[in-house]
Every structure is written in structure tokens, then in C-alpha cells.
Write a protein that binds this ligand. Sequence first.
Ligand code: CP
Length: 320
Amino acid sequence: MRNPQLNAQGELTHLLTLEGLPADVIGAILDTAAQFVSIGEREVKKVPLLRGKAVFNLFFENSTRTRTTFEIAAKRLSADVINLNIGVSSTSKGETLLDTIDNLVAMDADVFVVRHAQSGAPHLIAEHLASLGRSHVHVVNAGDGRHAHPTQGLLDLYTIRHYKQDFHGLTVAIVGDVLHSRVARSLIHGLTALGTPEVRVIGPRTLLPTAAETLGVRVFHDMRDGLRGCDAVVMLRLQSERMNGALLPSAGEYFKHYGLTQEKLALARPDAIVMHPGPMNRGVEIDSPVADGERSVILPQVTFGIAVRMAVMSIVAGAR
Ligand code: CP
């Protein structure tokens, strides 16, 4: 079956997930992002690649980093940006998601950036657009349920490549609530597609997917064992909004076993980088001296997110 994100020529037309995305497509996004990083360092940061196009930001869930960096990215591409205020939109009066989409298509939308609590919502919109014959309208997943957060995965890959040059020979550890994390899933798919020899997940049994090994990762329940020799450590937030019932004794107990402290980080390689997608809970999954320390690249991740989102939108909207 054809990958629904790619057109008949194998070009990226939507970005829904990193799962199954060919390594050359991921590599092309990262290379394009590198050009936009250098534009971000210029005094005039705008390029005309999406001039005349309308980008609709549809965030049905809270966001700080993703929504804002998509807006900055679209503006730097010279697009018109429309941020739908979901709280006062007609979805709060019972309008279906697809009826909302039909109305926005009637307003000449070119790109939908969609965050939704339901896994599969961006995919549903992409299928709906195809059924309407609207192949010139593109969908970018900005995080759907537990399923995928592909632009976060891409900016994480970009960050690792920036600091470590390439993925061959690397050991990357993803620590914490992998079970509920769309960020972890996207990063695992991206790292394995790009040939990372060792991807580890570290966490308590209650917060790791059953049969996690089938994702191509090594599983550790002891954080100290899992951190040994790592080149990059990606910390995850406890996704309490997606948990059903108590999966942990307490936040304090969690920090003791799975919080990243300087003492635990010393087990990784001396040049290991520390990452976090945000929002970060200090004293729960990460200690402040680590979050603010010299090995932390958490804020550069946010900055790279602008260039990565510029790359994705310019590629899917055909402004190559
Ligand atoms: N990393 C991330 O998705 O952050 P936001 O929820 O602030 O967008």
C-alpha cells in the first residue's frame, strides 16, 4: 500500500508520522532545515517561498513551543498565518472536525497544521482532503494523541546531527514515560530509519510499551545501567493527562529512580548531550542543574524547531 504522506512521485505531500518515511526523505528535510538555520542567523530572516499561501494553525490541545514555532516558521516563509481559536470556534458548538475543515478549505487554506488529542486526526483530515480531490491542500501533524509528533522527532534528529555530526556509532537513550509519548515514538522511528545502531528506552515497566523491543530498541529498567556510554539522553515528561489510574508511587519516588541528576548523567559519555521536548517538569524528570547545565541543548532544540518546521512546510507545499 502506498504511503499516504507521499504522492505518486514519492514526494512528501503531508507529514503525518515518521513511521515508514524513507531515510532519504528524512535526510532531505534535515538538509533543507540546515539552510533555514543559516537564514535564521541573518538580520532579514524572511524568504518568499510560501508567499500567497495560507497556513491554518489548528491546535485542539495546548501548546507553547510547537504552535509558536510553526507560526514563526510560516511567517518567515512569507505565508499568511491564521491561528484558529479553538475555544471560541464552532467545534465548541458541536461542529465536526471535517465540517470545520470543509469550511476552512472554502477559505482557500493551503496548509493545515493540526494538533489533536485523538490519535489519527491529521490522517483523517488528509484522507478527507484526498476524497474531495484537494491534493493541493497539505496536512502537517503537530502531535496527535499518543501516536506521533513528527516535527518534534525531526527537530530532535536535527539537534543530534548538529552536535554529533551523524547517527552511525551513536547510542541514544530515551528516558521516562515512553508509553504515553508521541515524541518518543516519532524519535525512535526517525533514529532507526537513519541507522542509529543503539536506541535505548529507560523507564519503569508501567511506563514502557509492552514488547517495546519490537520497535527496535533496547529496554532498561535501571536508569544507571541504561545511561552508561550514551551519546545523547532524551528526557520525557510524565504525561499524566494521558494516564489512566496511578502508574507510579509518587513524583518523588519517580525522581529518585528516573530523574536525571548530575550524578546519573556522569555515567553517560563525557560529551553526551541532554535533550527534552518540553514542557519540562523540574524535580520530576530532570534536576535543574542538569536542565540548565552546559550539556543541556534543550533551548537550541526549540530554535532548531523553527527551521525544521520551515523545511517541512516548504517541502509539502511544493516550494522546493
Ligand atoms: N514539545 C512540545 O510539543 O511542546 P508544546 O506542547 O509546548 O508544543
